[in-house]
Design a binder for this molecule. Structure first.
Ligand SMILES: O[C@H]1[C@H](O)[C@@H](O)[C@H](O)[C@@H](O)[C@H]1O
Length: 525
């Protein structure tokens, strides 16, 4: 049965109907604390333990690939811009370098928009499709014999990045028990940032090998192949299963997630399970009311709760990129070279390492402090870091980046220059740490804001806001530095942080520990 409806006969077959009917009779009782899945799960919760974490790790490989494929390009470009004589690809011009970098954001933008309809066929299938595309992209990039071939390869890999970035957080959100949801989603960002570190290390490893860019690209296919193997053991999202009438499978997945023994005769356990199923079923019912895509669009842009969800998640995703973090990720070697640091590649590895470390720290902080508070504390720190960096730049003899090959290092015989170079290094590191603690990962928890009926569509649009802003920053950063200078550029990013903070203060709700249905009710108020 895959028409999206749940027949009562199916429920009888599954043996759940009596329990559900019983629950329905007791609805009033359920409206108290039992209506809170979090509370209910505490009553009967065994330990979901390693199983849920393993699921997230398997799905998180898409995050690893996202990080790897977006970061490996900076090391590959260093080689492609200075190829050996025997190279079939002539040295890339600056315009070609920009295109090879940014084409990935464009295809990620396209595929994130298409990920909505694709994930309607199953979250697992969408993750599988992304993994296959990652492999195709890795192979086509590594065998490229021309600039056009490279561009096609980068385009393909971007399709995998975009689809994975939209579907995996949604899968994790739908699979996680309420009390672990934030943490498990942060784990996905930990994977993204780990992928970026791995990319820098592999880039560094192959930096002196002629045509080292080929293995750099090819290695991106390995985790994707592993993920395809692991996908056989991954369950489908219980929400998707219930939506498509597979109540029995959904029940057994939920039982494992919440650490409930399915065959247990324990009434509390059975009640808990049936309650979980019923609560998802409520969401599914609203899904079934919206069968056509146009009805979903109307609901997304027409219903108060959905409009708010879109504004919050899309706004946060846009802000995550417009605050300029990826400018550092992509161009920090260039900035540190301009500041005359001896080994700019290693210095920029410090950006990736700080990003990874503080994303890990936020894994612990988020459940304790809450996402809203963490954002409100960390975003002003980002602004402070940026303004301090601007202050450092203002004391350097030249604070303009005039293109990869034309950097003008500060006068190193002047000791104050190197002092201000360190001011910039420390303040940008501080900025990265503050970014990673909050805005670097919170936006990816967007799926929780959307009710089931418009979740895949809403998530897809919010993710597209991320990729379009990512593209804007990647394309304009060097131009801004060239035309306005580093001081103005960094002050501009600080102003964006302050505007973002005001938006968060006014609009970002505190959803910590709430189940998805409660969040829906909160946003519709
Ligand atoms: O959440 C991730 C993470 O912060 C990455 O480090 C960054 O490169 C991505 O653009 C972002 O979406």
């Amino acid at each position: 049965m895959s028409d999206g409806s749940i027949e009562m006969s199916t429920l009888h077959r599954e043996g759940l109907a009596p329990i559900l009917e019983d629950d329905a009779r007791d609805d009033d009782a359920l409206l108290g604390s039992e209506n809170d899945l979090e509370e209910a799960s505490k009553l009967v919760r065994g330990e979901p333990g390693i199983w849920v974490w393993l699921l997230v790790v398997s799905a998180g490989i898409s995050g690893l690939l996202f990080g790897y494929d977006t970061a490996i390009i900076s090391s590959a470009l260093l080689q492609l811009a200075n190829p050996p004589e025997s190279s079939p690809i002539p040295a890339l011009t600056v315009a070609e370098q920009s295109l090879v970098t940014s084409i990935t954001s464009i295809s990620a933008l396209i595929s994130s928009l298409c990920s909505g309809p694709i994930s309607e066929y199953g979250r697992k299938k969408a993750i599988l499709a992304a993994a296959i595309v990652f492999i195709l992209g890795a192979v086509s990039q590594s065998v490229a014999g021309s600039v056009q071939g490279l561009i096609v390869g980068r385009f393909i890999v971007g399709l995998g990045v975009g689809a994975g970035s939209a579907v995996v957080p949604m899968y994790i959100t739908e699979l996680s028990p309420a009390h672990l949801r934030s943490r498990l989603n942060t784990l996905n960002t930990v994977f993204i940032t780990l992928g970026q570190i791995v990319a820098y290390l592999i880039g560094y490893w192959y930096s002196h090998t002629p045509f080292g860019w080929r293995p750099m690209f090819l290695l991106g296919g390995v985790p994707a192949a592993i993920q395809i193997g692991l996908l056989f053991f991954l369950p489908e999202s219980p929400r998707w299963l219930i939506q498509h009438g597979y109540v029995e499978q959904a029940t057994s997945v939920l039982a494992r997630i919440y650490g409930i023994k399915q065959e247990a005769s324990n009434a509390a356990d059975k009640r808990m399970l049936s309650h979980l199923v019923r609560s998802i079923e409520r969401g599914v019912r609203s899904e079934n009311e919206l069968t056509s895509t146009s009805a979903k669009w109307r609901s997304l842009f027409g219903k108060r709760g959905n409009k708010r969800a879109l504004l919050i998640s899309g706004g946060l995703q846009g802000f995550q990129q417009l605050c300029g973090f990826n400018a550092l990720m992509y161009f920090s070697s260039l900035i540190y070279a301009m500041l005359n640091f001896k080994n700019p590649t290693l210095t920029s590895l410090s950006v990736a390492a700080t990003n990874f470390t503080f994303t890990l720290i936020s894994l612990i902080l988020i459940p304790k402090v809450g996402k809203r508070r963490l954002l409100l504390y960390s975003v002003p720190m980002m602004a402070l870091g940026l303004l301090t960096a601007a202050y450092g730049f203002s004391h350097l003899p030249s604070h303009e980046i005039t293109g990869a090959s034309k950097t003008e290092p500060p006068n190193t015989t002047d000791p104050s220059s190197s002092f201000y170079a360190y001011v910039i290094l420390f303040s940008t590191t501080f900025y990265v740490a503050s970014y990673a603690s909050g805005i670097g990962n919170v936006p990816w928890q967007q799926a929780e804001f959307f009710p089931m009926s418009v979740r895949s569509l809403g998530t897809a649009i919010a993710t597209a806001c991320n990729w379009s802003s990512n593209f804007i920053i990647g394309e304009t950063f060097l131009g801004l530095m060239e035309r306005m200078g580093a001081v103005t550029t960094f002050v501009l990013f600080a102003v964006i942080c302050i505007i973002g903070w005001v938006g968060i203060y006014l609009g970002y709700p505190d959803t910590e520990g709430m189940n998805l249905e409660e969040i829906e009710a909160l946003l519709s108020r």
